[in-house]
Design a protein. Structure first.
Length: 343
């Protein structure tokens, strides 16, 4: 029917119609999709590419858990950086990790709640130095470095920072102020006090021993014990062991399906740093995840400290596998190979 109708048309129209018919019969060329974000073609994204809203199911559950958590609410009221502060407070109440004037190194300090607690518990005269791979604003009064603690270069930089006394509280000389144009020195600091502020603990104890030589003669056993302590402290300082407490709340900042080896590396790196920097009698607190390598780490700790404890604070979430090792009073004669390579 269509062919007969075409045959009746003039030749020019017949050719044109046949060409259009053949073109129309060709398969349609697939369209090249233009990305919905293209500036040349602004349009809303397809439904299957819709981005997740901020109030996704997982974030909603997290917000609900946070709002219902008493420790989170209390931390906010108290001005603490996070609820983790209560873990350290609980552990310190039980084991007395800190003393006034202590030097504390906080490994994995961000967001800074442990550093807040440490600084508070070591006053007056305490010093807190933190390190984290995550950039974070440190609490007031805390010195921090940013870097990957698993890097040997970063650990050495941190050790050097601590040993060289950087981040220490201002010495008493620096508290003297000039008042007015007359240049009168600030009052309240005696010359002897200013001198004491610039001298180390070893010098002060040596001077104290000289002034009380008659007492040492009356009690030779106590005098010898004091001399041994002084000698051990001198040895510690000479070898760079000037830290009183090492804290480690480190955890890898990325989700991993199987990350026990990284968690173990963090614990080992923290223990190595503690061995190199903790003075005799110093304390150690390290987070670990309960698993296959607990026992090996515990054995190493027992070779370095007089007492070793496991604790899971009440403020730790019940579903979490985290727990903490506490090492009290670093031994004077610990052998590096036995501690760090032993199992």
């Amino acid at each position: 029917m269509f062919t007969k109708a075409v045959a009746r048309l003039p030749s020019e129209l017949r050719i044109l119609l046949l060409c259009e018919t053949r073109i129309a019969a060709l398969p349609a060329r697939p369209k090249i999709p233009i990305p919905w974000s293209s500036p040349l073609c602004p349009r809303s994204p397809p439904s299957h590419l819709q981005t997740r809203s901020a109030s996704s199911a997982s974030s909603s559950r997290w917000k609900t858990r946070q709002s219902n958590d008493s420790y989170t609410r209390e931390a906010k009221v108290a001005g603490l950086k996070s609820r983790a502060a209560f873990k350290l407070l609980e552990i310190n109440d039980k084991y007395r990790l800190f003393r006034p004037g202590d030097t504390v190194v906080d490994l994995g300090y961000a967001p800074g709640s442990w550093s807040q607690v440490a600084l508070n518990r070591t006053q007056p005269g305490g010093r807190v130095v933190g390190i984290d791979i995550i950039p974070a604003q440190p609490p007031r009064g805390v010195s921090t470095l940013q870097g990957d603690f698993l890097s040997g270069e970063i650990r050495e930089e941190l050790r050097r920072f601590v040993v060289e006394g950087q981040g220490r509280p201002r010495r008493m000389e620096e508290m003297v102020r000039r008042e007015g144009e007359g240049g009168e020195e600030g009052k309240g600091w005696a010359e002897e006090e200013l001198d004491r502020g610039g001298r180390g603990v070893v010098e002060l104890e040596r001077a104290s021993g000289q002034r009380k030589g008659d007492v040492h003669q009356d009690m030779p056993s106590e005098g010898r014990m004091a001399d041994r302590k002084l000698s051990q402290r001198q040895t510690d300082e000479a070898e760079g062991r000037v830290v009183n407490v090492v804290l480690s709340d480190m955890c890898e900042p990325w989700p991993l399906v199987s990350s026990s080896w990284i968690k173990s590396d963090l614990c080992h790196a923290a223990l190595t740093f503690a061995f190199d920097t903790l003075g005799t009698g110093g304390n150690f607190l390290c987070k670990f995840y309960q698993g296959e390598e607990d026992k090996a780490l515990e054995l190493r700790l027992k070779k370095l400290f007089d007492k070793t404890y496991r604790i899971k604070p009440d403020s730790s979430r019940k579903e979490s596998k985290e727990a903490y090792f506490v090492g009290l009073r670093r031994k004077a004669g610990a052998v590096r190979n036995e501690v760090l390579r032993g199992g």
